[in-house]
Design a protein around this ligand. Sequence first.
Ligand SMILES: Cc1cc2nc3c(=O)[nH]c(=O)nc-3n(C[C@H](O)[C@H](O)[C@H](O)COP(=O)(O)OP(=O)(O)OC[C@H]3O[C@@H](n4cnc5c(N)ncnc54)[C@H](O)[C@@H]3O)c2cc1C
Length: 379
Amino acid sequence: MIKKNILIIGAGISGLSIAYHLGLENTQDVLVIDKGYFASGATGRCGAGVRQQWATKQNCLLTQWSMKFFEKAHKVLDYEDLELKQEGYLIVATTDDEVTKFKKNVKLQNELGIETRYLSVQEALDIVPHLNPDNFLGATFNQSDGHLNPFKTSEAFYLAGKRLGVTYSFHEEVLSIQSVTEGFIVTTTKNKYLASKVINAAGGYSKEVGQMVGIDLPIYSEKHEILATEPIERFQGPMVMSFNKNIYIQQVPHGPFVMGRSEIGIKPSHDISSSRSFTRKMSQTVMDLLPKVGELRVVRTWAGSYNMSPDRQPIIGKTPVENYYVACGFSGHGFMLAPIVGKLMSEIILEKETTMTVETLSLERFKNNQEIIVEQFVV
Ligand SMILES: Cc1cc2nc3c(=O)[nH]c(=O)nc-3n(C[C@H](O)[C@H](O)[C@H](O)COP(=O)(O)OP(=O)(O)OC[C@H]3O[C@@H](n4cnc5c(N)ncnc54)[C@H](O)[C@@H]3O)c2cc1C
């Protein structure tokens, strides 16, 4: 039996960031285990967009902190280039209801120091001239939103964690967890460990890893598809997004457009296959909103899992099982939350004062039908 202090299950962006932040606090004997390699789950399949434009104060604060981290990440993680591009998110309003709500969101964000602006159709066209003016009523824009390369960002956390003494084991699957007096006996496809603390950062499989200690986490996984076009000379700076049309479209630094959409009413599953209907519906929506982009050829489609929580906000921290922690339920925005999630999780695990309030992120919030605030502005 191999003894470990902290065993993290999952080397996605969440597990990697938690390990790095624990390493920063000189925590000894931290092991990250993944059944694949780092970023082989949702992280390596995601759009890696980072926005601070949210409807809940909590998500605004979480992403604002994370964005500040990403801005200095190449320095603090000592990684040459994470391909951070801050050319903004332009979110179009396509209904009167969205116009009203977006203006409210801008007010909230501005109060928190997030410099989002509400734009008329003409002002939005000045930023993204190829938008179809007939299909939206206004937009919000934040220049400092953007995206990164998810593989490079993961590698940066991985290497920085390694330098701080974190160890990693890949192609090793956790099969069972048994609670014992000294902690947990974790049985994998390769070893048996005795760990004092276990962290469930298993992304789309967090529910199953929760069940290993008898916890029924209120989460489920659902498929989300995404595609990349042929590369083309750059002509779109910001990420263009529509909640009502359920899409996001960005041009990445080397030229291709990367875009995804949510399928309303999709059933919970671990399916991550690509479908023809996704490409067809994506093309139709792009032709409506950004006809010039709709002319490009698709070169690749893929899919990944969103791990959904009841209020579309993450679940992080302690659980009813002492020394067993979770970081899951990221509902499609876990990449952008990873820096602050790693920081908060390390503080919770090490029993330190947290950088910001964590009660509203805890598993406890779903107990006894307490009122929850659902984040509506998600794709
Ligand atoms: C198409 C798509 C687009 C997205 N776009 C964005 C975006 O633009 N911005 C954003 O912020 N978020 C986005 N997301 C969401 C984001 O990808 C996730 O929220 C985030 O990557 C979650 O990271 P994670 O580390 O929690 O999970 P994951 O990256 O899924 O990592 C979990 C890891 O756990 C491992 N694992 C699971 N079970 C076991 C086991 N039993 N034993 C060992 N290892 C195990 C898996 O192999 C995996 O590597 C998108 C997601 C998808 C699918």
